[in-house]
Write a protein that binds this ligand. Structure first.
Ligand code: CUA
Length: 352
């Protein structure tokens, strides 16, 4: 009895795993689970380049499905129709060589199919790659780091991390965002499936891509090029906001860090530890450039490139021992005392 129950449980587990795997392969978004990253649906594009790429892929899949059906159908027919039957002698059947019509057909038809696919793909590649930024386009620079993303808006004087804010670009007034992609260390790949295809982020080279999101929301992307042990924990959030909301975010980000007199002692504690060698807090003496800019840390929903939600407990745990949360990351545990840790967290929590 117990054996049967165990077997039933094992089968149930297997079915559940297969279902998840099938959904993942099909690009179906799964509900958020703790410790799991949401997967974006590549079949629901929300930006012009993503839509054009998706249309070409669907056309290619349809053509391949038709070819598969014809070939597999003919194969199945031949296997059944000409199977060995009782009473067959083992003599070789008559051999037929050379039919000019058939050979011409199976040379010309694939050539035509490949030609159609090349032309359609080339058209989309050209329209995505050669798009010229309109005068009102927003320009931002994306810098891949092991293992987080830096976002700079040179014309706005803003530097932030992990969450790229862009304006909604729909309707009569499109306002696309053009991205320049650079790397601070190794090769990464910037991929937000619903907004555009993957673009490699290569050291000593600037690649470009653009997005024009037609819907507001928080779009998740991943680094799509293996870049070290924490490659999978290098999430991208693209936060698409209606123009007035985006302008408000810009105005807030341009301000120097909040200087709250209530945490003056905590601020001193923060400025006296080595955090300042890697992090910038604009308006203070902290001017490091190796780690994320912390000037408006509290405006971000996540920490450590999407690994943790930005809560006081998570922030404390992260500063206390980053290696326990993201092993191999470049932020070391500073071995702060509990009092120092409390002060640093208290100060950082004011950086709205
Ligand atoms: Cu960065 Cu993978």
């Amino acid at each position: 009895m117990r054996g049967i129950r165990r077997e039933a449980k094992r089968q149930e587990q297997m079915i559940r795993r297969l279902t998840v795997l099938t959904m993942v392969c099909a690009g179906v978004a799964l509900p958020d689970a703790p410790g799991a990253h949401r997967i974006e649906n590549i079949f629901r594009p929300l930006s012009t380049p993503a839509r054009e790429i998706s249309d070409v892929s669907i056309l290619a899949v349809i053509i391949c499905a038709v070819i598969f059906t014809v070939v597999a159908g003919l194969l199945t027919y031949a296997i059944i129709r000409y199977r060995r039957r009782p009473g067959d002698n083992d003599a070789e059947p008559p051999q037929v060589y050379g039919s000019n019509q058939i050979e011409a057909a199976w040379t010309v038809i694939p050539l035509l199919i490949v030609f159609v696919l090349i032309m359609v793909s080339a058209r989309v590649i050209a329209s995505v790659q050669n798009a010229k930024p309109p005068a009102n386009a927003l320009h931002a620079t994306v810098i891949g780091h092991q293992w987080w993303w830096e976002f700079r808006y040179p014309s706005l004087g803003i530097t932030t991390a992990d969450e790229l804010h862009v304006p909604l670009s729909g309707g009569a007034q499109p306002e696309p965002t053009f991205l320049k992609l650079e790397s601070a260390d190794v090769a990464h790949s910037f991929w937000v499936p619903r907004l555009n295809g993957k673009t490699d982020v290569i050291p000593n080279r600037a690649n470009e891509m653009w997005i024009d999101p037609h819907e507001a929301g928080d779009f998740i992307g991943n680094c799509a090029e293996y870049c070290g042990t924490q490659h999978a924990n290098m999430l991208i959030h693209v936060i698409v906001q209606p123009k007035p909301e985006f302008d408000k975010w810009v105005a807030e980000q341009r301000l120097p860090a909040v200087d709250n007199p209530a945490v003056a002692a905590d601020k001193q504690a923060f400025l006296s530890v080595s955090c300042v060698n890697c992090h910038t807090v604009r308006g203070t003496s902290a001017a490091g450039v190796f780690g994320p800019d912390l000037t408006h840390l509290m405006s971000r929903k996540n920490l450590a490139s999407g690994v943790l939600t930005n809560t006081p407990e998570n922030l404390r745990a992260w500063i206390k021992d980053p290696q326990a949360i993201k092993p191999g990351c470049l932020m070391p545990a500073m071995h702060l005392t509990d009092t120092e840790l409390d002060s640093v967290v208290a100060y950082l929590r004011t950086l709205k």
